[in-house]
Write a protein that binds this ligand. Sequence first.
Ligand code: S6P
Length: 594
Amino acid sequence: MTPEKPITELINPKSNNIDVANPLEIVEILEDCDSEIFKGWQSYPNLYSERIQRNLDNIVEITVNILKNSSKNSIILSGCGTSGRLAFLIARTFNEKLKKLGLTPCCDYLIAGGDIALFTSQESGEDDPINGKDLLIKAGKGKKKVLFIGITCGLSAPFVAGQLDYCMQRLDKFIPVVIGFNPSALARNIIIENWHKTFLNVMEELLSLEGSKKGFIINPVVGPEPITGSSRMKSGTATKLILESIFIAALSRITGQKIIAQLILNSYETVYNDLYSEKQKISKVVKLAGESLKSGGSIYYIGYDSLGIMGMIDASECRPTYGASLDDVRGFLSNGFKNLRNKDGSLSHVGKHFRISIEEFNSDILPYLKSEDLVVLLVKDNEYLPDSNLMSKSCKKVLFVVNDKHDGMLPSNQDVFIHIKVTINSSEIIQLISKPIYEEYKQVYLELATKWFLNSLSTGAHIMKGKVYQNIMIDLKPSNNKLFHRAIHILQNFNGLTAEECIEYLLRSIYEADVLNEDQLTSPIASHIQVAATKNMVIPTALAASLIKCSIKEAKEKIDEEPVLRTVFLQTLKFAKSKYFFAQICENYKPKSI
Ligand code: S6P
């Protein structure tokens, strides 16, 4: 039976108790949820399903043809939030590979909100289909053929909808592809503000192009996210694997080695096993990271080359996912913007959070490190030499080394660092994809291990800080249309009220008013979002007010007394029960889908 809600928004039963799990159990739950990337979910089509594989093979063939004339054609990857960041990462990686082969680097990326969204969330850009289309027209100008790959894990982002729709009007030039993780029928069917279609309408049109190979949908189901709706996790990982498989298969063909995308996808399972075999150690880091955040410390990732980018991506997601401040988790990269090679070049003038090089870490952060802070070094092979200034600091330190050699030496100061060494079983991968291909693309395997490690670290740390109730992030900011609707479902899930009643509580919390005026009631969602973006604890406040049936002011006071959401929530439920006998909510409470 097809669920009514998109699978990417459902609650994963595997992680229902992740908020009360210990660090090792947290990592084990994440491992279990991640297994669904490869195993699939229920009887839905998965990564290895015939239709998905057939579409991948067709896209590989198209990619090869595009690359044969790479000075005239281009491949544009586009998305919002994490999906846009991954578009950037993959375009960067494969442009380098093209250069190495003497071909024109023709991969481009588009991210809603522009390059500053590579480090900081700009959720509202996601809602604009016209801007998406305009940016695509600009990026495709002068090109003969464009393979456009729109990434939207929930099959929901208007920014991408506008682009796919435009491609379908210009099929002489564009080949549109969408990557997402819901069945097509569960694509978002809510009218996009200031536009004439829903995402579902766009999907239906795209689906009709598959037969003639003029457009494709890559939508394996990888199951609900471990933190409900947090598509940076499994969906983000699956996005990276799919895109890399397409490019590696295409480039290998150009260099005369024939490899199918499916084998490349298979090869990533090795990394899954290798990374999670270190779960005991990973859980020690989760514990340290949780302690840092709980005691007001910060977490700093310092990474070399693309591992640094994985750190920056993970850090940038903590604000939209957990309402973290930009100082809670930050990422730094060797050689900063020079190494990043983003389109807009250096953004370090934009503000302190855009000072991303290790040199800037050394000048801005290192002198002020406190014992509560945690520094996580992300290195491949054994390229890292311990920095004596960092060693002398009393902060917590972790060294994460990922490579494919069992005999690698670790730096000497073992007593100062927690070491994690993840060894990729290269012989297993080589059996699947051959030695030359593995040697050329080893970096993508190291990045994958790093992504899983960092996702565990930041998710676990925020869980320990008390930011999650069961497996739902209650305190998300309703800062775009998708999140506004998610907020309504969160409220409904916990208070059992109707959608209309929940919208009213949500608006009361956003506008800090017990009685809403006509303007507030009739404004479009885009206006509510703008106001919500400036407020804190919007959903917990609405929830407390709806459960206790109190004023917004009283609800806020209750929440201010207790920063840990689980405690606020349980206290609120208890209070509601004693005051209004909401026995049904408290005793029979069963989470529904969000
Ligand atoms: C999710 C992340 C968000 C999403 C963004 C795009 O964990 O915080 O930034 O990536 O909303 O979502 P989608 O479904 O279009 O890929």
